[in-house]
Ligand binder design. Structure first.
Ligand SMILES: Cc1cc2nc3c(=O)[nH]c(=O)nc-3n(C[C@H](O)[C@H](O)[C@H](O)COP(=O)(O)O)c2cc1C
Ligand code: SF4
Length: 690
């Protein structure tokens, strides 16, 4: 198919200093968990983006010096020649597909605690980045940088820039974002210096200016020099010389970088979940930048719509469309627009599981794209899949996220696939969950698979078909896949998280009851020890629906795990705005029909809370009765010609959507595969050279 001329603009080349990007699609710096310890995985991961049409593909944050060590978070390093060879794997891979390779040189300053290198951290005035995220907390204050430290920093940036050039990078960054060292110099809260680096904005910007200058000098015109800078706080700060300090900063440094890469200031605002921010959410902060510089500007905002991208360029907001998450969810996004296949774009749903993989320090995972991070170690490609190795037919029972992904991948391989769904529509748990506040965008998971499946003549989906074991046997498929999901349990837990038994009785509900249409009686208590989104979002939903709602959790925060997905600050705000009363560090121990007994998680002190409907959001148990029933009939299975019965997704191990999709995909990839090919290839750092 031909490209829609409306999108031609996105395929214009853009000059960035001495290099030229082939189009306006720019995969911005983002860590992917695959550090220098997994160089082949990392190179293959970034190569896939280049193959998918991105004009520029960047690294994640790369430390310039052992004094900037983010362990155990997955930062890369460019400290020596061995690191050069490691990164060269990526630049070669990216260049093979005609893209430019960018590297984000990084010093964490007071945000790092140097757990690995044990060097004392440093910051402009001895202030650390006091974060609420447990992974970022440290117990050593940074030392105040002196003039020698600043000179050493210049030298480290210059040395790293020279190595970057040697490794084959085309764009070399100065990174002044997100609480990291150059950013700390920009903000007076961190920077209380009385020397030439503190005071006026011109002074506070001096370090960034000098880092840009030494980088230019080091790359000697062979690479472009980019500045990535967070502008949210500065834009909120008044200036005597400009509409804000952000305006003043951009005007001060306007022509010094070859590229402005502009972003927001903390991960939850820079990389916000779709639950709380729409596509293009950065515009209100960064819209002025292009007006103050002649250099190209790249920015982000979970862009997946080509019309939104064109609008950014036409309205003079951005020159290059930056993307982290959209390039993870679909590394082939640019190619699909180029080929007139916009409807094939696997749009990011904004769930932020990818950012949780960064917090977990593991290779990046994505709910929409199960192949991400698996390009090298499993040989999975997002757009290609091996042809069927037999004429087997497959019956999948259940059309939730796991069943649908399994059906799609098997269908693409060419198997004859039948999907039987008990409900009147596909979607499993998402049929209910996408109706909850802020979760509509998650429906893209279903919409994309629905659209892709509709094109496969070899996949048939039957709705309203609840199959019993006899019917599965009578169907006569070669392989049966059980994707029947999981159910929320009315289980309570001890302080040590040991199950203490079921709590039954009138007024005791789970999310499944609400999904089935049960209307709770007020006052309602949502008791959450699942700790992901469901407890918080249900409390918000019910409160907005007019109920009096209390939220109770044994954890210290609401939706405690969502600190990993950047949602937690906003969940707290959303519950406060909806009038939900929050009780943390509390366990439910008894329910008398009109009141609950709560025990403090640590002291055991008891108190009563009025409650007529208790919604337990705790454990989920696999809904695997069909699997168990079939497994007990091995003779009949053999007679019916069924060679395997396999559970996938929540029916196997209840988890988040990302696990379900991955599980379904993996089954499809591995059907009929040679067992010798099924092991995980293990990556390792390149051997050090003597
Ligand atoms: C998994 C992940 C890792 C990230 N790591 C970095 C990083 O190393 N350096 C950086 O400047 N930004 C990082 N970011 C932020 C992104 O570059 C980007 O600013 C943000 O995700 C918003 O863009 P998007 O809406 O296109 O995702 C990361 C984002 C994600 C999702
Ligand atoms: S994990 Fe979620 S937010 Fe991240 S890229 Fe995938 S779909 Fe988007």
């Amino acid at each position: 198919m031909a490209r829609n001329p409306r999108y031609d603009l996105l395929f214009e080349p853009v000059r960035i200093g001495p290099v030229t990007a082939r189009n306006r699609f720019y995969a911005v710096p983002h860590a992917a968990g695959m550090t220098n310890s997994m160089p082949h995985m990392r190179a293959a991961f970034r190569e896939t983006k280049a193959e998918g049409g991105w004009g520029v593909v960047c690294t994640g944050y790369v430390s310039i010096d052992p004094g900037s060590d983010d362990a155990p978070l997955p930062y890369a390093t460019l400290w020596d020649d061995d690191d050069v060879r490691s990164h060269a794997l990526m630049t070669e891979a990216v260049h093979r597909h005609g893209a430019l390779a960018g590297i984000e040189l990084w010093h964490g300053g007071g945000s790092v605690v140097n757990r690995l290198t044990r060097l004392p951290p440093m910051s402009p005035s001895g202030t650390s980045w006091m974060a609420t995220h447990v992974g970022f907390m440290g117990n050593q204050r940074p030392r105040v940088m002196d003039a020698a430290d600043i000179r050493a920093l210049h030298a480290a940036q210059a040395a790293a820039a020279r190595r970057a050039r040697q490794a084959g990078f085309d764009i070399v960054y100065v990174y002044a974002g997100m609480g990291y060292l150059p950013y700390e110099f920009l903000l007076p809260e961190w920077n209380q210096r009385r020397d030439a680096y503190g005071g006026s904005l011109a002074n506070r910007a001096r370090l960034v200016r000098e880092l840009l200058e030494v980088t230019h000098e080091a790359v000697a015109g062979r690479c472009a020099v980019a500045l990535r800078v967070s502008l949210e706080e500065l834009r909120a700060r008044p200036s005597a010389n400009a509409p804000s300090e952000a305006h003043e900063l951009v005007a001060l440094l306007a022509e010094l970088p070859d590229l402005w890469d502009v972003k927001l200031d903390s991960s939850p605002t820079d990389c916000p979940p779709s639950r709380f921010a729409a596509e293009g959410s950065h515009e209100a902060v960064i819209d002025f930048v292009k007006g103050l510089t002649r250099k190209p500007v790249v920015g982000v905002g979970r862009f997946t719509s080509p019309d939104a991208m064109v609008s950014q360029v036409r309205r003079g907001v951005l020159d290059l469309i930056g993307a982290a998450r959209p390039s993870i969810a679909d590394p082939f996004l640019p190619s699909k627009i180029d080929e007139g296949r916009e409807q094939d774009i696997r749009e990011c749903i904004g769930c932020n599981i990818c950012i949780s993989s960064w917090h977990d320090s593991v290779p990046v995972r994505c709910t929409q794209n199960p192949t991400i991070g698996e390009e090298w170690r499993r040989g999975w490609h997002p757009e290609r899949i091996a042809k069927a190795a037999s004429t087997a037919s497959v019956l999948i029972v259940g059309a939730g996220p796991a069943g649908l992904e399994c059906a799609l991948a098997l269908g693409r391989r060419g198997y004859e696939v039948t999907v039987a769904e008990a409900a009147d529509d596909i979607g499993g748990r998402l049929r209910f969950e996408t109706r909850l506040p802020g979760l509509a965008a998650w429906g893209r998971l279903l919409d994309w698979r629905r659209g892709q499946l509709a094109r496969l003549a070899n996949v048939n989906v039957y709705r309203g078909n609840r199959l019993a074991a006899e019917e599965v046997l009578a169907f006569g498929a070669t392989h049966v896949v059980i994707a029947t999901g999981a159910r929320w349990a009315k289980l309570l837990y001890s302080p040590l998280e040991v199950p203490t038994g079921l709590l039954e009785g009138p007024g005791v509900l789970t999310p499944d009851d609400l999904a089935a249409g049960t209307v709770p009686q007020g006052p309602v208590v949502v008791y959450d020890f699942d700790n992901y989104y469901m407890g918080g979002v249900l409390a918000e939903h019910l409160a907005r629906g007019g109920h009096s709602v209390s939220y109770v959790t044994p954890a210290g925060h609401v939706s405690a795990w969502t600190i990993m997905s950047n949602e937690q600050p906003q969940v707290h705000r959303a519950l406060a705005a909806a009038g939900v009363a929050v009780h943390t560090l509390a366990r439910v121990t008894a329910f008398a029909g009109d009141s609950l007994t709560l025990a403090h998680q640590f002291t055991g002190a008891q108190r009563q809370l009025p409650c007529r409907s208790l919604i337990i959001v705790g454990a989920r148990l696999a809904d695997d009765a069909l699997y168990t029933g079939l497994s007990a009939r091995s003779a009949q299975l053999a007679e019916a010609g069924v060679r395997s019965v396999t559970r996938i997704g929540d029916a196997l191990a209840p988890g988040a959507l990302v696990h379900a999709v991955y599980s379904g995909h993996r089954y499809a990839r591995e059907l009929d595969a040679d067992p010798a090919t099924l092991t995980l290839r293990r990556d390792a750092p390149l051997p050090r050279q003597p």
